[in-house]
Write a protein that binds this ligand. Structure first.
Ligand SMILES: [Zn+2]
Ligand SMILES: [Zn+2]
Length: 270
């Protein structure tokens, strides 16, 4: 099976420590054919939700590490360079220009915190109504992101469930179907897609992000661009559940999955 892992982090992310080469070698061992390193480039500080001064501070190091990895791999895996662009909708026009100018293969647009709020990981969840209110705002912020178009796919849609479930509140995206239909139309019309992030299959959430019903809805509304990613932050997680993710895509009605090169989609038969 041809497997692609298009969401991985190296030591150029604040929450990972392995080199790009180590990540890529681990991916190759697991039978991944194409891998994209997508280190965090966040507009906001994850603890406070306040804007950071230079979100692209590690660009030179990223480029250097990527070239090192490519040399060390000697073709064992097709390695590409992307970023996970966090909270682009809280950023400025110059942040968008900065991303567009970087010769990246792929950009995931993710939302990890609401405007002026800490990361979802840092929130103390206390009630169903609090969780539902946060999820509603989370869905709404994706419209701001979708209209910016500075990304290729939306990252881990509905991953808020991971943290809420840990606190005892299993809140998915099921009650937001109408808004998600609109969001998916917007994405389709602007040539953007979503990712199927398989981290939820190994972290106790019990479903990928987005959850299956939402993935199917995206397909039914004409969504064609869908990448697969493990969101590995350590070598042992590279490629995890990607084969399961491919199966979910088939079940949801997809005939192809997507990889990116120089920000252009390439479609590969499932
Ligand atoms: Zn993320
Ligand atoms: Zn990530």
């Amino acid at each position: 099976m041809f497997l692609a892992d298009f969401h991985t982090h190296s030591g150029c992310s604040p929450d990972a420590s392995s080199s790009m080469l180590e990540m890529a070698l681990a991916g190759a061992e697991k039978g991944i054919s194409i891998m994209c390193i997508t280190d965090h480039v966040d507009i906001d500080d994850c603890m406070t939700g306040e804007a950071q001064r230079d979100c692209f501070g590690k660009w030179e190091e990223m480029k250097r590490r990527f070239e090192e990895a490519r040399e060390g791999l000697r073709g064992r895996i097709d390695l590409r360079l992307g970023i996970e662009f966090g909270e682009a909708n809280h950023g400025s026009a110059s942040d968008m220009e900065s991303v567009a100018s970087k010769n990246l293969d792929f950009v995931i647009g993710s939302i990890h915190n609401l405007r002026n709020n800490p990361d979802f990981f840092c929130i103390d969840y206390k009630s169903v109504s609090q969780c539902e209110m946060l999820v509603e705002k989370y869905v709404e912020e994706h419209f701001e992101l979708a209209r910016l178009g500075c990304f290729d796919v939306i990252g881990h849609l509905g991953y808020t469930r991971r943290y809420m479930k840990r606190a005892g509140f299993d809140i998915g995206l099921g009650s937001h179907t109408d808004r998600l239909e609109e969001l998916f139309r917007l994405l389709r019309d602007s040539g953007k897609g979503i990712e199927l992030n398989t981290s939820g299959l190994r972290d106790g959430t019990g479903s990928a992000f987005p959850e299956f019903g939402v993935l199917k809805l995206y397909r039914e509304k004409g969504g064609e661009i869908v990448t697969t990613g493990s969101d590995a932050h350590r070598p042992e997680d590279t490629g995890k559940n990607i084969a399961d993710g491919m199966e979910l895509l088939r079940e949801a009605g997809f005939k192809y999955f997507t990889v990116f090169k120089e920000r252009k989609p390439e479609f590969i038969k499932l």
